[in-house]
Design a protein around this ligand. Structure first.
Ligand SMILES: C[S@@+](CC[C@H](N)C(=O)[O-])C[C@H]1O[C@@H](n2cnc3c(N)ncnc32)[C@H](O)[C@@H]1O
Length: 413
């Protein structure tokens, strides 16, 4: 009889998952975010990196190209995906990356070896025992000052989406292969859409709706909505699993999750100071209830990592910290939303446009941006520029990467 892992392997062999670069999982970004919360992590430029469930290597092959001193290993259970990825690596001639066909459950990870471990889009999509293995591999394989990035579906956001998933699974059960299952599932989605009764079946899929209906995303529907395994977690339960495996929480890779948009848009200072719980895990869980979070990208480390860190708005106010960052444009819709709400006068508009122009194509180094701004405008609006950069980081309108690795800090404002 086929094991559950064999069946999963066959499903990914039949329909490969088209992996792509995930900015939030990049060790450079992880290092910048950890720097923001005051945690020193290994230099990403010469890091040893492991990706668990790397698929075709779409996330780590570009990483290896742009960071020749990184040493990267990707493992995945699907031979078809690994072979495809290795063909690309060979054709480009990369020597700092290896993709290995390997079930994570039987992976003998070298102890204390990796600076960064990435596990994107895998944790919720495998059986329980594989999840255990993932956390054990992270615990054993990470260096003491290393960090891991794990993304997973979360409740309560997925409670609504599960209505759709259940309907799609119900429709797909008669399908003999992934193609047939997909067709049956999309038929039922169309049918539900056309026959939706007002107020009974609300916009469950939300932003996912157009994505799911896009035929180019067939692989996503097959492996996300139609997979035998799609287990969302309450954040607190995910953290409990980590604790059992001697791992602990640092923060979210999408740093804005700590300062949810709604907090920001109605005066986050008041709201974040007025918290119900002292414990950071309880605070985070509460935020997920308030904002109906359906996905998290969480950074964890070994419980034995004794370095101090703190998810705190005031960390963002350190001028050396901000100056040391390289920033790239993030979520366009948030930028637009921010503009409508916050751009109230000419100074705001001037700064808003200045930032957008700088980060538009290739991103910018904050320190250089600040100097350029000072050269153009000799007024004291530089404080507003810093303020808007901070707000943009928080709302995910810009993504951050380290330009300099910081040793000492001085405080802004
Ligand atoms: C949803 S895909 C995500 C792929 C990629 N990380 C991404 O986000 O684009 C899940 C991946 O996990 C791999 N996988 C599933 N079970 C596994 C196991 N036991 N060991 C290693 N890889 C596994 C699958 O082959 C697949 O490539």
């Amino acid at each position: 009889m086929k094991t559950r892992n064999q069946k999963l392997k066959e499903s990914y062999d039949e329909t490969p998952y088209i992996s792509q670069p995930i900015q939030d999982s990049h060790p450079a970004h992880l290092q910048a975010v950890c720097q923001l919360v005051g945690l020193k992590t290994p230099d990403y430029r010469k890091a040893k990196v492991l990706e668990i469930g790397c698929s075709l290597g779409g996330n780590i092959i570009p990483m290896a190209m742009y960071n020749p001193n990184m040493n990267i290993i990707g493992i995945d259970i699907s031979s078809v995906q690994i072979n495809e990825g290795n063909k690309v690596i060979e054709s480009v001639g990369l020597t700092n990356i290896k993709l290995i066909e390997q079930d994570i459950s039987t992976y003998d990870v070298p102890e204390n070896h990796f600076d960064y471990i990435i596990c994107h889009g895998v944790f919720s999509w495998v059986p329980n025992e594989v999840r255990e293995s993932i956390l054990q591999v992270i615990q054993k394989g990470l260096k003491d000052d290393g960090v891991a990035y794990v993304s997973y579906n979360t409740y309560p956001g997925w409670k609504e989406k599960e209505i759709y998933r259940d309907a799609m699974m119900f429709a797909a059960q008669k399908g003999q292969n992934n193609e047939e299952k997909y067709r049956l599932a999309m038929d039922v989605i169309d049918f539900i859409d056309k026959n939706r009764i007002k107020n009974s079946f609300s916009k469950c899929l939300g932003v996912d709706e157009s994505y799911i209906k896009n035929k180019d995303q067939k692989f996503y529907v097959i492996h996300d909505f139609l997979s035998s395994y799609n287990t969302p977690f309450y954040f607190k339960d995910f953290i409990n699993l980590c604790t059992k495996n001697n791992l602990k929480y640092i923060c979210e890779s999408e740093i804005g999750l700590h300062f949810k948009k709604r907090y920001i848009f109605d005066n986050y200072f008041e709201k974040t100071n007025n918290v119900l719980y002292d414990d950071v895990i309880e605070q985070e869980q509460l935020k997920d209830f308030i904002t109906n979070t359906s996905f998290r990208k969480t950074i964890i480390t070994k419980s034995t990592n004794l370095s101090k860190y703190n998810i705190n708005y005031s960390n963002l106010l350190e001028i050396d910290m901000l100056n040391s960052l390289f920033i790239l444009k993030g979520d366009e819709s948030v930028i637009e939303e921010w503009k409508t709400i916050f751009v109230k006068n000419e100074v705001d508009r001037k700064i808003f446009e200045f930032i957008l122009e700088k980060i538009n194509d290739h991103g910018a180094v904050v320190k250089e941006m600040i100097n350029e701004y000072k050269n153009i405008y000799s007024d004291d609006s530089i404080h507003c520029l810093y303020r808007i950069i901070i707000d943009f980081i928080i709302v995910n309108a810009i993504k951050i990467f380290p330009y300099e690795i910081l040793e000492k800090k001085s405080v802004y404002c």
